[in-house]
Structure formats: C-alpha cells, structure tokens
Design a protein around this ligand. Structure first.
Ligand SMILES: Cc1cc2nc3c(=O)[nH]c(=O)nc-3n(C[C@H](O)[C@H](O)[C@H](O)COP(=O)(O)O)c2cc1C
Length: 332
C-alpha cells in the first residue's frame, strides 16, 4: 500500500536515510549503500569499506548494517510509516543485508519517538565517566532492549569478571599495537578534525588512562602526547552476544546493539566500544568462556554517565544512495 505524503511533513524515506547514516561503524568506515525502489529501501554492504585486517569476515560491518537497518525502522515509525524487514533476502546476492518495505501509516508510540530522537544525539563517548552507578532500572531496560532483538546482553557484575575482561582487553590491545598491518589500517581511518566525512577524527578520542585505570581504550594514532586522566573506578562493562555466529545472527545483533545504545541514550547513559578482544580469535574464545559459553561475543561496551562527546562526520545520504530503475524494480 502506498501512503500519501503531505508536503509539509518530512519525507519518511529521506528522514530514514538521514537516520541510517548515523549508525556506528568500526573506525567510522560506514560500510553501507542504499538502493531505493517503490516503497522499498535496500541496505547493501559496501565490501570496499570492510576493514581487511581488523574485520576480515565482515562481522563488524554486518553489525553496523544491522544498526543502520534498525535506525531506518525507527525513523519510519517516528515519521508515521510502519515497515517490515527481511534480512539477507536474496541468497544469490549475499551483500544485500536487508530489504525494508514501507507499509501502512501508523501512529508512533512515545518510545518510537524517543528512540528516533536518540539516533540524532547518540555518540560514542571515549572520555572518562563519572563514578555515578548505572541504576537497576536502566540496567533492566538495556537487558530488555537486547532481548527484544533476539540477542543477549551480559552485564559484568562481579569484579573478578571485570578484571578478567580487562586482562583480555590489555592483551588484545598489545597484540594490535604490535601488528604493523593493523596499525597501518588504523592510520588510514584516523583523520584530522574536519578534513573528511568518514574515519575517526583525532578530537573524539579520550585522554590516556592514568596508571591504575582498569580498562584500556583503543589507542588511536597521534594520542601519545595526550594528558593522562583517571577513568571511572568501577566501570560497567557489557558484552552483547548472539546464539549463533552466522551472518544473519550478526545482522540481528547489530539491530540489538543499536537498540541497546539508543535505550542508553534516552536514559542519559553514554557508551564506548572496547572491541579489541572480539577482533582476535583466541581472546574472543576466552571471552566466550568467561560468559559461560552461552553466546558468541559480538560487541563489548563500557557504559556510564559522561560529559558531552564531540560528533563524528558522516557521508551524506545522497552520496550513498541510488534510485533503482523501474525495470530493476520489476525484476525483483
Ligand atoms: C562493531 C563496532 C566496533 C567498534 N569498535 C570500537 C573500538 O574498539 N574502539 C572505539 O573507540 N570505537 C569503536 N567503535 C566506535 C566507532 O569508532 C564509532 O561508531 C564511529 O567512529 C562513529 O562514531 P559515533 O559512534 O560517535 O557515531 C566501534 C563501532 C562498531 C559499530
């Protein structure tokens, strides 16, 4: 069904694409393209933007596309359009991550609106958080938001588990720092402030952790001269896992990751990623063991209350979107 679009309201598809490009991605690679058909948005993995060293199986790129798909669904709902999603809809076209079909008009709930607003303001916050603990009701909301999308969020509540995670993180960070190919890739995706529309600008990194800080953030090139500051004493670390490790499960977990991040944003909770231990095979296995062998770890997050973090740039939706011709549309 085609809903009429009133000219004074924002075009739902344009609004959805603006939201899609706000999704997080490793090193801000933005590994997506969009194809538009009649009442339809296709999300396509851009294999030229997959990190060959850090992400050789495109697992993190699929997480990012899953996040972009959730942003599209939320923005459409907030703009008053229901949608349905098929993930990996064409076996012959594995780079097609998902097709979102616009359906009837709908009335957004307050939660739809709040999550869609959070898409615009969510940012990775790599700076130290305060020592204010994340309250139980927020922890429950985060666990629930992962479960809604079919993933499992584990909050590391026991100090011994956080210590073990911290040791894996340090080990993985050291391995990546000693790997020239990893470092070359990281340099390629680290940019000066404001000179590119992708990559991680130098200004978004946090200070270097003072001795005694538990967690090891990723060290981006050019950070060695930054001042040292203590990070939170009792960090809240969460691991998002999936029950299988297939491309489909990774896309679903990307949707869950984004719902967790946005739910946190609506509650004033900031997050940063600590992906080093899931990017190296043996530390990923050790992390899985730490979680009781239940789920495949996909994302490690540090959560807490922070001060404003700067935004990262994005490519404009129109530079990553193409309209499919009528004949292409008919062929599908
Ligand atoms: C799967 C995935 C892994 C990431 N891993 C890290 C990481 O290990 N360290 C880090 O500082 N940021 C990491 N990020 C955050 C990205 O660098 C960030 O999303 C990107 O620069 C865009 O910035 P934004 O999140 O503020 O919009 C990761 C993001 C994703 C989606």
């Amino acid at each position: 069904m085609t809903a009429t679009h009133h000219p004074q309201q924002p075009d739902p598809v344009a609004f959805a694409l603006e939201a899609a490009v706000r999704a997080p991605s490793p090193h801000n690679t933005q590994p997506w393209r969009f194809e538009l058909g009649r009442d339809r948005i296709d999300v396509v993995l851009d294999s030229g933007r997959v990190l060959a060293v850090a992400d050789p199986d495109a697992r993190e790129a699929r997480l990012s596309c899953g996040a972009a798909i959730l942003n599209i669904q939320l923005a459409l709902r907030a703009a008053g359009r229901a949608s349905t999603v098929r993930l990996l809809p064409e076996r012959a076209r594995p780079e097609l991550m998902g097709t979102i079909m616009l359906r009837t008009v709908c009335t957004p709930t307050p939660e739809d609106r709040a999550l869609a607003r959070a898409v615009q303001v969510r940012r990775s916050n790599r700076r130290p958080f305060t020592d204010r603990p994340v309250p139980l009701w927020v922890r429950h909301a985060l666990l629930h938001s992962a479960a809604v999308e079919g993933a499992e969020l584990s909050l590391l509540e026991r100090p011994a588990d956080v210590d073990e995670l911290a040791a894996l993180l340090r080990h993985a960070e050291n391995l990546q720092q000693a790997d020239p190919a990893f470092q070359a890739e990281l340099r390629k995706w680290t940019c000066g402030d404001g000179d590119r529309d992708d990559g991680v600008p130098a200004g978004v990194g946090g200070p270097r952790p003072a001795p005694g800080s538990l967690l090891t953030p990723r060290e981006y090139p050019g950070q060695a001269s930054r001042p040292e500051r203590p990070y939170e004493r009792e960090p809240l670390v969460a691991v998002l896992g999936s029950f299988t490790d297939t491309p489909l499960a990774q896309l679903r977990t990307g949707q869950a990751m984004q719902r967790v991040l946005l739910t946190g944003t609506t509650a004033g909770v900031s997050a940063s990623f600590l992906s080093q231990p899931v990017e190296i095979a043996h530390t990923r296995i050790a992390l899985r063991r730490l979680l009781g062998d239940r789920a495949h770890p996909q994302v490690v997050l540090r959560l807490g209350y922070g001060f404003a973090a700067p935004p990262t740039p994005r490519r404009r939706p129109e530079s990553v979107t193409r309209h499919r011709s009528v004949t292409e549309g008919a062929a599908r």
